[in-house]
Design a protein around this ligand. Structure first.
Ligand SMILES: O=C(O)[C@H](CS(=O)(=O)O)OP(=O)(O)O
Length: 263
């Protein structure tokens, strides 16, 4: 399969904006980690939207007994009138089980919107890394284009998303090949952003000795997104966002509604 990485939606050449068979959107800190956590907690669906006003409008127009819950952040903090902020620990079965969620965040929901030129879309985090990789290898055609879209922060590339993009490449390779060598294996890296992401993850493992959620949380604290979280008072979220393979859910875009994700 061919694989292209966007290190941020702003770091993309016009030639890299064509149609993809599958897009995988990454916002480790914290939108796509929240998406996996909420669906694993039993939420029925998550609908991404770009603005606070749109979220309130969608809720007002919803029909049915249980109105959707509003989730997300601005400047990292919960939004006035919303039900939940952007910390994964807020999302429990008691709170979101069997509920529809409407989510708007600064970078994650924007990245979902920017990545929309594709047949299918998944949301990835470290918490569902292996499940997403398995879905990729099960669903991609051998000559199709997989696009991994990192949300970054306000247009800038951020390390936490690049690391997960590289980890996804490494896990997909391992599932498809017995050889340790990557570059003549089953994944064809079609842009240098993919090569850079893979190198960042390999360096993280070999040099920084990241082996588990604890060491990954420490590594995330050194990224720009991690520093932002700590500065905003959400440093404890790095542990939840750095937890590897704790969920097997894969938030998957619905063909009938291109902003709605279910398992
Ligand atoms: O609060 C968050 O989780 C971040 C804030 S930002 O990236 O520093 O703007 O939002 P997200 O859209 O989840 O990256």
């Amino acid at each position: 399969m061919n694989v292209e990485v966007w290190l941020s939606p702003s770091a993309v050449a016009p030639s890299e904006r064509g149609h993809a068979e599958l897009a995988v959107v990454i916002d480790v800190l914290r939108a796509t980690t929240v998406a996996a956590t909420a669906l694993a907690a039993g939420a029925r669906s998550i609908t991404a939207c770009l603005s606070v006003e749109e979220a309130f409008k969608m809720k007002a127009e919803a029909t049915g007994d249980n109105p959707p819950l509003l989730c997300g952040e601005r400047d990292c903090n919960p939004i006035d009138g919303f039900d939940y902020g952007n910390s994964p620990s807020e999302y429990s079965p008691a709170g979101v089980g069997d509920r529809d969620l409407i989510m708007t965040t600064t970078n994650g929901t924007r990245a979902i919107n920017e990545a929309s030129n594709c047949d299918g879309m998944l949301l990835a985090s470290f918490t569902n890394l292996s499940a997403v990789a398995q879905r990729i290898v099960d669903s991609m055609s051998s000559d199709g284009l997989l696009r991994i879209v990192c949300a970054g922060t306000n247009g800038a590339v951020t390390g936490e998303d690049a690391l997960l993009a590289g980890a996804l490449l490494a896990v997909c390779h391992k599932k498809l090949s017995d050889t340790a060598r990557f570059y003549d294996g089953p994944l064809n890296l079609v842009n240098d952003s993919a090569v850079i992401a893979l190198a960042a993850w390999q360096h993280c493992i070999s040099h920084d000795k990241v082996t588990d959620g604890e060491t990954l949380a420490t590594r995330l604290s050194l990224t720009q997104g991690g520093k932002n979280m700590v500065a905003a008072g959400y440093g404890s979220d790095l542990v939840d966002c750095g937890s590897i393979d704790v969920f097997d859910v894969v938030p998957t875009r619905q063909s009938t509604d291109p902003a709605r994700f279910t398992v």
